[in-house]
Each structure stands twice: as C-alpha cells, then as structure tokens.
Design a protein around this ligand. Sequence first.
Ligand SMILES: [Mg+2]
Ligand SMILES: [Zn+2]
Length: 189
Amino acid sequence: MTQRAIILDRDGVILETVEGYLDNPNSAIFIPGSIDALCVLLSHDIPLGIATNQAGIATGKITHEQTAAIQRLIDGVLLDQTGRTFKAVRVCPHAKDVGCSCRKPKPGLLLAAANDMSVDPADCVYVGDHSDDWRAAINADMLPVLVRTGRGRTAELDIRSWYPGPFVRALTFDSLSAALPFLLDWTSR
Ligand SMILES: [Mg+2]
Ligand SMILES: [Zn+2]
C-alpha cells in the first residue's frame, strides 16, 4: 500500500483568518477542533504538511521570522500532545503579481510539500478554504477538500459555479474537524 498524506492550508483551516496579516503568535486563534483533528491524524501516523501563501512577506507587512514563530506555536501544541508534527512546511512569500511558480493556485508549493514528504502528489489530499486552494490541488494532481471555516463558504459558492456540483458536495465539510472521518478513511485506502 502506498503512503497517503494530507497537506493543509494554514489560515482558515487551522487558524482563524484575521483582518490584514497575522503577524504575531499571540494573535493566533485556533479554529475550534482543528488541533484535536490534527492530533488524531498524527496519532494514526498520517504524514501532514502545510502549504500557505503569505504574500505579506513580500509586501513587508510580515516577516519570515514572524511566520516561523506562528509555525513554532502550532508545532509546539502538536508536539506537546502527540510528540509529532508536520513533516513539510512550505510558505510562498511572494507577491501576487510577480509570477512565481509556487503561489497557489499554481501547484509548485503543494508539489514541494509532497516532495518533502516523499509522497506521490496523487496520494495527497489538499485541504483549503479558498477557491485558489481547490485550483492548486487540481493543478498538482491532488484531491481537493474544502472546509467552510475561514473563507470557505464564499469559496464553496465560487467553486460550484465552475466545478461539478456532486464532487464539490462530496468534498466539502463544515470544518477540519468535520472532515476527519473522511480524511481517516481516505488515507487508509
Ligand atoms: Mg486559507
Ligand atoms: Zn511563490
């Protein structure tokens, strides 16, 4: 059996989205149930990765160090509870308009995370809250999963206007926590 993995967007999936830019771990708020869901996945030995656009780095609104500090906060909570954490963390620090190959909806960031974990992209699900997350997953040959936290409710309406409804319905969940049974089942196949 090949190893299946889960890659996640950070803001709107694990952490609440904020107005402007999240620049301080003290301002980070975990979406209810997200840490518990990650702990369950880690306890099942499922490799987890993060792939997040942080254009605020390019525009000087946030620094690499602030982004790393927020990642350390998440890692610390998971390590405390399970002794494990993410196997891959990939951040696109580029501005929207510079045409880098990593910024979602391009597939580069997701492919790099899969490569870090030595898993085939086709054996990855990508969990996001934005239509660009869905597009990036498709572009990377990964299975898209949408959560309705963060900007997910708006994204759901958008995605349903250009992607077949039955697929969107089957792959959309109220939260990461609500997606947990699906994710456990999919990664065990
Ligand atoms: Mg997001
Ligand atoms: Zn980039």
